[in-house]
Ligand binder design. Structure first.
Ligand code: ACO
Length: 274
């Protein structure tokens, strides 16, 4: 298994047995997210997304952290010193890769091996499933240094757990361990640190047996229906299933062929011959 790194080395990946293991790779800085990491992680996810040599992506952290959130020095202090434009660009890169991950083509699993703070809730929520070491630590530490949990973190804690837990977690600035995170619904399961990789691999192997078109349709549907009325969800799901059914629709290819290759009709003037 060959480990590849992004240009500055802040993110890495290896592909083994159809699973892409992508890592936060700044262990000396507890994998906190600086603008370089956000940019390179976005590029890496784009580069990998439609490759056919893996079917499940796992996001993990090198060293003792999953990710200690945003880099307070480089993402906040130094970027803010450059003005609003730089701040907005840094936000766009960070929010951009989390968004890409939320709607990723393949199923994704967060493997939280250690610290997970603040901004790291963005990629945590973006991953479809999440498993953690029992002694991993989760915290919305924003309140401890004087800001609110921004960058989606407040929304995420409200999505993942109940009102009282969310309020306590955000106001108190106290960490919860993997076990509590599982009880609160922030992750699927907590297991002992030495069993974590095996458990994630086991789950990934189950996903790899499924129809990839159905997996993508299902993961998107689970995210989308949360904000829909029942009737809107019912309608969306009918259409999503029909779209999945016709994923390999040959008709469009035939339409292009008749126009480009056979020159037998013009789409601007009428329909192709079915
Ligand atoms: N931003 C910038 N640098 C960081 C961050 C961070 N979020 N987290 C760790 N580092 C750096 C430290 O400054 C230190 O750098 P140095 O070696 O150059 O001095 C290095 O990473 C190691 O950190 P330590 O604190 O020495 O590591 P330790 O294992 O003792 O503690 C812990 C780990 C608890 C994660 C601690 O580093 C910490 O509290 N980090 C900040 C967590 C946080 O509040 N993140 C922000 C959340 S809010 C948001 O994301 C919007």
């Amino acid at each position: 298994m060959t480990k590849h790194t992004t240009p500055s080395g802040v993110a890495a990946y290896e592909i083994k047995d159809d699973i892409a293991w992508v890592s936060f790779n700044r262990p000396d800085k507890r994998n906190c997210m600086n603008p370089t990491l956000n940019k390179e992680m976005g590029d890496l996810l784009s580069e990998l997304e439609f490759r056919d040599d893996f079917g499940v992506l796992v996001l993990r952290g090198e060293g003792t952290a999953w990710s200690a959130g945003m880099d307070l020095k480089e993402y906040f202090r130094e970027t803010e010193a450059q003005g609003l434009g730089a701040t907005r660009r840094a936000q766009a890169d960070a929010y951009g890769w989390w968004r890409k991950l939320r709607w990723y083509q393949k199923p994704t699993i967060a493997m939280v091996n250690g610290w997970c703070f603040g901004g790291a809730y963005g990629p945590l929520f973006a991953c479809d499933l999440a498993f953690a070491a029992e002694d991993a630590q989760f915290g919305l530490s924003e309140i401890n240094w004087g800001i609110l949990p921004g960058g989606g973190a407040t929304k995420i804690i409200r999505e993942l757990t109940n009102f009282r837990n969310a309020m306590f977690h955000a106001l108190m600035g106290q960490n919860v361990d993997g076990k509590t995170a599982a009880e609160w619904g922030m992750i699927n399961e907590a297991v002992s640190a030495d069993a974590l990789e095996a458990r994630v691999t086991e789950v990934a192997r189950v996903l790899l047996e499924k129809n990839p078109v159905a997996l993508k349709a299902t993961k998107d549907a689970i995210r989308r229906v949360g904000e829909m009325t029942y009737d809107n969800a019912e309608d969306y799901l009918v259409r999503a299933q029909e779209a999945a059914n016709s994923y390999d629709n040959e008709g469009r290819k035939e339409g292009i062929k008749q126009f480009i290759d056979e020159k037998s009709y013009r789409p601007g003037l009428g329909a192709y011959d079915k």
